[in-house]
Design a protein around this ligand. Structure first.
Ligand SMILES: Cc1cc2nc3c(=O)[nH]c(=O)nc-3n(C[C@H](O)[C@H](O)[C@H](O)COP(=O)(O)OP(=O)(O)OC[C@H]3O[C@@H](n4cnc5c(N)ncnc54)[C@H](O)[C@@H]3O)c2cc1C
Length: 388
């Protein structure tokens, strides 16, 4: 059996490396950055902000896969108190109460792929409930108007993320870097040859799994068809001096934003006496990141009293096409760029044809790309030897 090369050492590339090596292949992983992890990298300093993700979902397949390999780092549940909602300008303790019966009635329903989410909710409930549920989906769509996306896409994820008690969100102690470290150890134990600081600008020997962001894959493969809609958001990580009574989460039902004090779940993310907060607000069409940034500051003003005076550290990023895929009405994950590009080239990442929520798409596509790459080098599932 010969080797498989993987370009990109984020969650998708590391998953693929482990799966291919467990399948008995010789694996080489090439990562442009000096460190592995991609968007899941955690900062080394006193504020353990990740480039993006903080939450892993216990009911998802990535969680199960990590558990099976004993790779799941220590983790924390979400605090039970401190959830707030911004609705019609005010930050309050409850969502608009009149909408709750309609939401509960919707819960058992399956939403159609072909209809937009707002239209689907309105046809079963009322416009207020539709507006509220659409904006609440901003937390995982990073889109200024999730109501215009496919009903099946939004509702499937909303039921998992927002409406399944008890919450399945979990927080990895020390940030997602702890999961990346565990994956790296596993990959190296399996004999994966890892080269960091190695940007790839021409396709290496086949078969190859390209596990970069989709735009980077488009460039590397010279294939303009590699495109799919994604969110645009302005994202601020803040270090704040502790204040009693700060909320854990503010779900912004006015403008589809989100504020979360991650150090409430995992105090190790910030220095003692301080908090680590991540806040994001989707950028509207025609709006600049700076303008969205000002709206985000107003959301922070309403959410975290005195935050400006308490600020000890800040990082602002405009996230463009980096927050996961968006399926519009009539389209589902099956319509996204195919994993098998032909001639021994496979794609993995969070914008390709694989199911799941956010990074679960990277994981699922990493698993599927590995299966196809192993087939390409002549390994059949029957002969795959699991390496302990
Ligand atoms: C603000 C924000 C919040 C998020 N929150 C969550 C969350 O709470 N939960 C969740 O599950 N997901 C979340 N996500 C999504 C999650 O971050 C991504 O889905 C996931 O990290 C993507 O992993 P990946 O391996 O596909 O891509 P990446 O992490 O982007 O990895 C790609 C890798 O390829 C490397 N690379 C690129 N080009 C080359 C090249 N030419 N040669 C070699 N290497 C190359 C890059 O350096 C990078 O390391 C969030 C994302 C953002 C932006």
């Amino acid at each position: 059996m010969s080797g498989i090369t993987i370009v990109g050492g984020g969650l998708a590339g590391l998953t693929a490396a482990i799966e291919c090596a467990e399948g008995g292949a010789e694996v080489r992983l090439l990562e442009a950055h000096e460190a592995l992890g991609g968007r899941a990298r955690s900062m080394a300093g006193p504020y353990k902000a990740n480039l993006g993700p903080h939450v892993i979902y216990k009911d998802g397949p990535l969680w199960q896969w990590l558990v099976e390999r004993e790779l799941l780092p220590p983790h924390k549940n979400a605090p039970l108190a401190g959830i707030r909602f911004r609705w019609q300008g005010d930050v309050r303790r409850t969502p608009p109460l009149g909408t709750i019966p309609s939401v509960l009635r919707l819960r058992g329903r399956e939403a159609p792929v072909d209809q937009d989410f707002r239209g689907w909710v309105t046809s079963h409930a009322d416009e207020r409930t539709a507006a509220m549920l659409s904006a609440a989906a901003g937390v995982y769509t990073f889109h200024h108007d999730p109501g215009e996306l496919s009903a099946a896409f939004v509702w499937g994820h909303s039921v998992r993320v927002l409406l399944s008690p008890p919450p399945t969100a979990r927080y990895l102690v020390g940030g997602w870097g702890s999961m990346i470290a565990a994956l790296e150890v596993r990959a190296r134990r399996l004999g994966v040859e890892i080269e960091t600081g190695h940007p790839v600008d021409a396709l290496p020997e086949l078969p190859v799994i390209v596990a970069t962001e989709l735009g980077q894959a488009r460039e590397l493969l010279g294939d303009d068809s590699l495109d799919w809609p994604a969110g645009r958001t302005v994202c601020v990580d803040l270090g704040l001096k502790h204040r009693r009574g700060d909320p854990f989460v503010v779900s912004d039902l006015d403008e589809a934003g989100w504020v979360e004090r991650f150090s409430a779940a995992d105090p190790s993310l910030a220095p003692e006496g301080e908090e680590l907060v991540q806040a994001q607000l989707p950028i509207r069409p025609g709006e600049s990141a700076d303008q969205a940034g000002l709206r985000l500051e107003r959301l922070l003003d309403a959410s975290l009293p005195g935050w400006r005076e308490r600020e000890t550290w800040r990082r602002r990023q405009a996230m463009e096409g980096r927050t996961g895929p968006l399926d519009h009405p009539g389209l589902s994950w099956r319509d996204r760029p195919a994993i098998d590009r032909g001639a021994g080239v496979f794609l993995a990442g969070d914008m390709v044809a694989a199911p799941g929520l956010l990074s679960e798409v990277s994981w699922a596509s990493g698993v599927e790309a590995s299966r196809l790459a192993l087939e390409a080098i002549g390994a059949s599932r029957a002969e795959l030897k699991r390496v302990a």
